[in-house]
Ligand binder design. Structure first.
Ligand SMILES: Cc1cc2nc3c(=O)[nH]c(=O)nc-3n(C[C@H](O)[C@H](O)[C@H](O)COP(=O)(O)O)c2cc1C
Length: 229
């Protein structure tokens, strides 16, 4: 009888402990499900924030000339660095690719002496047939993907420094928008952009802009923003 009572108590303890065990198991499952659901909500909100940020970044690039479907190219010829500085601001602001036009025979300081009738540049100015300046490269591999071009040069005797002519003659600008820009000591853009447009014969050439060497990066960015309006 004592033995049976002991067995009964043992069975009861077993049943109770199984029930308690099951109960706490369900609780774990429920807790896990709740954690999963919370994690899912958190992931969705991280995803939404990331998408929001990347959309904001894209629209900022589009605002200042980048973000177009095709490629933006910033081509420039610079002998003493003024045009190069402007070109770099344009490339940074628009996300465009920089392409420097380098004569096979670079211009030395002696070559650039415009007060010396015997200097290279004076000789080329005096004799148009000497202005065919050969470039290290006059086009880029994926030219067909280029949609917008910023074409930079400095002013020589109130026209575009002629090494850019070699680039203009070597490429087909059909379907591309061209924004000329130049730097000079005092002359304006003048007819320089129009003459290059005539030389190209194709492309949608815009009015263009002249910068002084004293113009700031903000002046360049302001011009880029004005093109978008
Ligand atoms: C041969 C030569 C001719 C120039 N002719 C003019 C000119 O007609 N008008 C002008 O305002 N500046 C003229 N300049 C000054 C340059 O256009 C100016 O310094 C320019 O910013 C130089 O650009 P870079 O530093 O990119 O070479 C001339 C410079 C040289 C070397």
């Amino acid at each position: 009888m004592k033995k049976r009572g002991f067995l009964l108590v043992t069975v009861c303890i077993l049943i109770v402990s199984m029930l308690v065990g099951c109960g706490s198991g369900n609780g774990q499952v429920e807790n896990q499900e709740q954690l999963n659901a919370e994690e899912e909500v958190e992931n969705e909100s991280i995803l939404a924030t990331t998408e929001e940020n990347s959309t904001e970044a894209n629209s900022e690039a589009e605002k200042i000339g980048g973000g177009t479907e095709g490629k933006t190219l910033v081509v420039y010829f610079s002998a003493t660095g003024n045009t190069e500085r402007v070109a770099k601001v344009i490339a940074e602001t628009t996300g465009g690719e920089l392409f420097e036009l380098e004569p096979v025979t670079p211009y030395t300081n002696e070559d650039l002496k415009y007060n010396d009738d015997n200097s290279r540049v004076s000789q080329e100015y005096a004799n148009e047939s000497l202005r065919n300046v050969e470039l290290v490269a006059d086009t880029i591999d994926d030219w067909q993907n280029v949609e917008k071009i910023y074409l930079g040069y400095h002013v020589w005797w109130e026209i575009a420094a002629w090494p850019v002519n070699t680039f203009v003659e070597a490429n087909d600008f059909a379907g591309k928008t061209v924004n000329p820009f130049c730097t000079s000591a005092s002359s304006g853009l003048g007819e320089s952009g129009k003459l290059l447009e005539e030389l190209a014969g194709t492309g949608d050439w815009q009015e263009g802009m002249r910068f002084r060497s004293s113009d700031s990066d903000e002046d360049v960015i302001a011009w880029l923003e004005s093109l978008e309006q």
